[in-house]
Design a protein around this ligand. Structure first.
Ligand SMILES: NC(=[NH2+])NCCC[C@H](N)C(=O)O
Ligand SMILES: [Mn+2]
Ligand SMILES: [Mn+2]
Length: 304
């Protein structure tokens, strides 16, 4: 990577059921983010945090297209618009936005800000989950389980300009590491043109092979790629500090190798986010520290 990295914290917990994920950005900074990025030989500045409404300022049903089925819709929109503005400015100045969550709903803002009207953007979504629910299919009403569907303009998100990012086409979207999918969400993923590599694919073919293909799909015919790293992609033994852990995730080494492959595409890399770190559920900040290490690998840090 040859650009200056600008760190942007988003202490967002509106899109998730588990309070504590709002402390993710501090935990990641405290876990040594700046040092790790600098050890990869990359210049880094901290752009501070985006404001997230306090609990007493929130209304769970305001603005939701289906009341109760997309909780904190209005507040999520406001935060994502601010994230988009900051990411857009960073990209515009030739910097590289690294967005720290917070829950995965912030991806809506990151992608809106990273995208450019006349360009196509590829997305690699490292996650145990598809985040492909819509307000019609969600079992929880939590927007972090809908963020990818929102970006793609699925269901009622089609009518919401802040969420739907037309620069991202389904054929350039790849989910990697899928192992927990809801009933209605399964149908949406199957019918979509997005590619989903499950943990079974990784078992059968190896993580490096699957990740290499995912990057190929996301870069093929696009002008840049966004990498979205949900820490629950990893096995909970490595990353216990997440709100929705699922057994059977990738190992520590597989995750590093994947990020090393990401680094090989540094010229196409437009933006990255690391989400779902919840220090309240963590063990001695292990998950946040791992997040910092993985970022360094994605930015080119190597063993030798
Ligand atoms: N970004 C995440 N951790 N998403 C978890 C989503 C869980 C579940 N599929 C839901 O819709 O609520
Ligand atoms: Mn996710
Ligand atoms: Mn997840």
């Amino acid at each position: 990577m040859n650009r200056q990295v600008r760190v942007l914290g988003v202490p967002m917990d509106l899109g998730a059921d588990r309070r504590g994920v709002d402390m993710g950005p501090s935990a990641i900074r405290y876990g040594g983010l700046a040092e790790q990025i600098e050890s990869a030989g990359i210049d880094c500045v901290d752009g501070g945090d985006i404001h997230v409404p306090r609990p007493e300022e929130r209304d769970p049903d305001a603005g939701s297209p289906t009341p109760g089925r997309a909780k904190f819709f209005r507040e999520t929109k406001e935060v994502c618009e601010d994230v988009a503005t900051a990411v857009d400015a960073t990209v515009g100045e030739g910097g590289f936005p690294l967005v720290l969550g917070g829950d995965h709903s912030i991806a809506v803002g990151t992608l809106a800000g990273a995208a450019r009207d006349d360009e196509d953007l590829g997305v690699v979504w490292f996650d145990a989950h598809g985040d492909f629910n819509t307000p019609e299919t969600t079992p929880s009403g939590n927007i972090h389980g809908m963020s990818l569907a929102a970006v793609l303009g699925r269901g009622p998100f089609a009518d919401h300009e802040w969420a739907h990012t037309p620069a991202v086409s389904e054929e350039n979207v790849v989910i990697v590491g899928l192992r927990d999918v809801d009933e209605g969400e399964r149908r949406l993923i199957r019918e979509s043109e997005a590619t989903a590599f499950t943990m079974s694919d990784i078992d059968a073919r190896s993580a490096p092979e699957v990740v290499a293909e995912a990057l190929e799909i996301a870069t093929d015919g696009t002008d840049g790629i966004h990498v979205s790293l949900d820490m629950d992609w990893l096995d909970p033994t490595e990353a216990p500090g997440v709100g929705t852990p699922v057994r059977g995730g990738v190992s520590y080494r597989e995750a590093h190798t994947a990020m090393e492959y990401v680094a090989e595409h540094h010229k196409r890399l437009r933006s990255m986010e690391v989400v779902e770190v919840n220090p309240i559920l963590d063990q001695h900040n292990k998950t946040a520290e791992l997040a910092c290490e993985l970022v360094a690998s994605a930015f080119g840090k190597r063993v030798l």
